[in-house]
Design a protein around this ligand. Structure first.
Ligand SMILES: N[C@@H](CCC(=O)N[C@@H](CS)C(=O)NCC(=O)O)C(=O)O
Length: 222
């Protein structure tokens, strides 16, 4: 039997967090090796483990995978979280990309220059309530099913629920007008694997704070 996947990243959410969520939801145990200094990243590069000199990198099934989406797609395919045919897969990709667009705006917010923070946050809230959440609410309403695609759990549901939690950390009221998203959040959160991941002490990472941001700046030199 293959060993546990090993995740290489720093000890923060960033681009690895959706991978942690997806593995956890699939019920896959994983190990993590945290970069603590720029030298740790340099070593992975020197050893030839990072195709584009970047992390996230995940050792899984004898491969050293990079590129977040490739990693997510591999895990989703392996664990039947990627639809039953190419049409379902296209929808799952479309929804996942929408989630990723808003997630990226939120993830990059702490890097925003102080004088632009107010405008950026206003844009994040506006996009959440006027663009992304209504789009997903409409999908759920259109078919009345429990999951976004094919009435079956897919990676799109996991990514969306992770996003909902992230948005709620910014402002819980942003979810107020989206009853079907709330219900999806509750449903997915009650899956035993996800429930476990949401418990304190799991491998889920806390929101970025100044200390973690400083650590990321030091390791990635930005
Ligand atoms: N498209 C890549 C982007 C990866 C990326 O930007 N990684 C950052 C850390 S979050 C990194 O390794 N930065 C160092 C560098 O680019 O040299 C992915 O999604 O995995």
């Amino acid at each position: 039997m293959a060993g546990k996947p090993k995740l290489h990243y720093f000890n923060g959410r960033g681009r690895m967090e959706p991978i942690r969520w997806l593995l956890a939801a699939a019920g896959v145990e994983f190990e993590e090796t945290f970069l603590e200094a720029p030298e740790d990243l340099e070593k992975l590069r020197k050893d030839g483990y990072l195709m584009f000199q970047q992390v996230p990198m995940v050792e899984i099934d004898g491969m050293k995978l990079v590129q977040t989406r490739a990693i997510l797609n591999y895990i989703a395919t392996k664990h039947n979280l990627y639809g039953k045919d190419i049409k379902e897969r296209a929808l799952i990709d479309m929804y996942s990309e929408g989630v990723a667009d808003l997630y990226e705006m939120i993830m990059l917010f702490p890097l925003c220059p102080p004088d632009q923070k107010g405008a950026k946050m206003a844009q994040i809230k506006e996009r959440t309530t006027n663009r992304y959440f209504p789009a997903f609410e409409k999908v759920l309403k259109s078919h009345g099913q429990d999951y976004l695609v094919g009435n079956r759990l897919s990676k799109a549901d996991i990514h969306l629920v992770e996003l909902i939690y992230t948005v709620e950390e910014i402002d819980p009221s942003l979810l107020a007008n989206f009853p079907l998203l709330k219900a999806l959040k509750t449903r997915i959160s009650n899956l035993p694997t996800v429930k476990k991941f949401l418990q304190p002490g799991s491998q889920r990472k806390p929101p970025l704070d100044d200390k973690v941001l400083e650590e990321a700046r030091r390791i990635f030199k930005f």
